[in-house]
Design a protein around this ligand. Structure first.
Ligand code: CMP
Length: 228
């Protein structure tokens, strides 16, 4: 049975992890959390920093990435509201598993580990959502692994663009990402990602506008990524 209450239109609206909480508990979470503002380009934390807080995205976008010894970056995901960030080190009481950088001016609420653990102890129902979130992360990692084995680079670029398009049914979907960020996400060199983008543009599936990509045929990208 789904015990979740409807969202009451507060600062936690849409945040799945807190969806089942009573309004007074939600208010307590909001009062305990610290508002944070991150400028575009600001690093929120780096890999191996102590993982001492859960970050609840309210506005903007944050890229999660790992850095190779050569300095090369691999972007693992881009987190946008109403997603949360930083749950992994909160759960295993360890250090950050990846680094995070604001790629747009962003606002968030930061909930300390101590406050989060208090919340879990007094509202064990929250563990349902925590487990769903961890399950979702494992599922995404499994899919990323399979993509690296089964898809060629243009296929991974197409799949990354489909993922970034979300559920939008609009005929044109604007993605605020430049080609090097896309290369970091698709796991390829900038040059080969540029070639893939060029060939998709020639086929009329997208166009580039400075630092953005406008997807004009998401179905064609889905087919190229083996998703339909
Ligand atoms: N492969 C991944 N895909 C999506 N999100 C990730 C991935 N790895 C780490 N994260 C997120 O990035 C955060 C880095 O800090 P944490 O380890 O505290 O919690 C991590 C997750 O919220």
């Amino acid at each position: 049975m789904d015990h979740r209450l409807p969202d009451s239109g507060d600062a936690l609206t849409g945040v799945e992890m807190f969806a089942g909480l009573e309004p007074d508990v939600r208010q307590r979470v909001i009062a305990t959390a610290v508002p944070r503002h991150y400028r575009k380009g600001q690093i929120l934390f780096v890999e191996h920093d102590p993982g001492d807080s859960l970050i609840i995205m309210k506005r903007g976008a944050v890229a999660v990435f790992r850095t190779a010894p050569t300095g090369e970056r691999a972007v693992l995901t881009v987190v946008r509201p109403p997603d949360v960030l930083g749950e992994v080190s909160l759960l295993d009481a360890s250090t950050r598993s990846a680094s995070a950088e604001a790629i747009e001016d962003s606002q968030a609420l930061s909930l300390s580990r101590a406050a989060f653990m208090d919340l879990v102890h007094s509202n064990p129902r929250i563990l349902d959502a925590v487990m769903r979130s961890v399950g979702g992360l494992i599922r995404r990692l499994t899919e990323q692994n399979a993509d690296h084995v089964f898809l060629d680079l243009p296929g991974r670029v197409a799949k990354t663009l489909v993922r970034l398009s979300g559920e939008s049914q609009a005929p044109m979907i604007t993605i605020e990402l430049n080609q090097s960020q896309l290369a970091e996400m698709a796991g390829g060199s900038r040059q080969s990602v540029n070639q893939a983008i060029g060939s998709f543009a020639n086929r009329g599936w997208l166009r580039t506008e400075g630092r953005r990509i406008v997807v004009t045929d998401v179905q064609a990208l889905k087919r190229r990524a083996g998703m339909s």
